[in-house]
Design a protein around this ligand. Structure first.
Ligand SMILES: Cc1cc2ncn([C@H]3O[C@H](COP(=O)(O)O)[C@@H](O)[C@H]3O)c2cc1C
Ligand SMILES: O=C(O)c1cccnc1
Length: 348
């Protein structure tokens, strides 16, 4: 046992329901295999939902975890750290990308301050209920967080997931907010997959060439500093992640334990997923990859997890937007599987 997350395998989605859904898919009034990966997506969601003729997902619930990162002071982002609290307010006001997309899909969107470097005066108290600390340490030279803070954040993430599931979620999406957060995401992925800084560093919000060089150096320094700590995912979160990353890991692991499917988003959520799968082997079977972001570390981690993204739109935003963009595909997949006639119904 480490922190709030047990290191034991999680039960897989129902194999019996998956087999029944596949039988139905193969019997639909189409040539065999005609739905391609849309059919595979339907079978996955059927197994997760426990019904070979699933509906929805109708109750999509998004949680955006916000946290600042000390590395943002080293010019690794194209934007200043002041954007993080401002964007928390913009999510609450309904004008953020995730809020607009969520509204268009009938999804709820909840933003939580886990480690924002601001007191967020005037925002509803609920938003700060799970706050662990202000900002995380600059991981190129110090740990992001203490072990106690990581334990608290893992437990918070698990509790947040349980609340969303109690509220009736039939699909969860995990989003992120925090200037500089593509840097710890790349370090977590690089450290766990044994990849070097040049391979995992991306442009994030759109840094220029000198910025990319600086960011690669910072990521290289962090990777060198945490070398030897990748074997223990909880310790690695303290060394190179931060409280918001640990909360995401706790959230994803708990969703799998409760048997609720998740659509993964960009490099932050996927770094959290890679870490959660190591803590809780088998959790990956409850997740599908919503999209491929432009961050190279995200592709590397998805490949390691054996997940093929549904969309590849060149998006690089985070917040959960790439996952939400894939929700209509998932709804189409279940509609096809559950609503179509069978070949045997045809008047041949
Ligand atoms: C206005 C704005 C809105 C955002 N929404 C998500 N991000 C995303 O970009 C940031 C990570 O990229 P980097 O590591 O390059 O800083 C995070 O805030 C992430 O949530 C945003 C960034 C900005 C500027
Ligand atoms: O890949 C992502 O999720 C991403 C890219 C840029 C900024 N924020 C997130």
């Amino acid at each position: 046992m480490s922190g709030a997350v047990a290191r034991e395998a999680v039960a897989a989605p129902s194999r019996e329901v998956a087999a029944a859904a596949r039988t139905r898919l193969d019997a639909l009034a189409t040539p065999l295999g005609a739905w391609g990966r849309l059919g595979e997506l339907a079978v996955w969601y059927a197994a997760c939902s426990g019904s070979a003729r699933p509906t929805g997902p109708e109750r999509v619930r998004v949680v955006v975890l916000a946290g600042d990162h000390g590395v943002a002071q080293h010019g690794v982002s194209a934007y200043p750290a002041a954007v993080t609290p401002a964007m928390v307010r913009t999510v609450l006001a309904g004008g953020a990308g995730v809020a607009v997309l969520g509204r268009s899909l009938g999804a709820t969107v909840r933003v939580l301050d886990i480690a924002v470097d601001d007191d967020l005066a005037g925002v509803p108290a609920d938003v700060q209920r799970y706050k662990v600390r202000r900002s995380s340490g600059s991981i190129d030279r110090e740990d992001a967080c203490s072990a106690a803070e990581i334990a608290a954040a893992l437990a918070a993430g698990a509790e947040i997931a349980a609340e969303e599931i109690d509220a009736g979620a039939d699909l969860l999406v995990l989003g992120d907010l925090g200037i500089g957060n593509t840097t710890p995401a790349a370090v977590l992925i690089g450290a766990q997959l044994g990849l070097d800084a040049a391979t995992v560093t991306g442009r994030g919000t759109g840094i220029d060439d000198p910025g990319l060089e600086r960011k690669t150096e910072v990521i290289g320094a962090a990777l060198a500093r945490v070398r030897g700590r990748a074997a223990d995912p909880v310790d690695l979160l303290a060394a190179a992640g931060g409280a918001d990353f640990a909360a995401g890991v706790g959230f994803l692991a708990a969703a799998a334990r409760h048997g609720v499917p998740v659509l993964l988003d960009g490099v932050i959520a996927v770094a959290q997923a890679l870490t959660a799968q190591r803590l809780q082997p088998g959790a990956v079977h409850w997740w599908a990859a919503g999209h491929r972001s432009t961050e190279p570390a995200q592709s590397a981690a998805l490949q390691a997890l054996g997940l093929e993204p549904l969309l590849d739109l060149g998006m690089r935003l985070g917040e959960g937007t790439g996952a939400l963009a894939a929700v209509p595909l998932l709804r189409s997949a279940t509609a096809v599987l559950s609503g179509m006639s069978l070949l045997s119904d045809l008047d041949l």
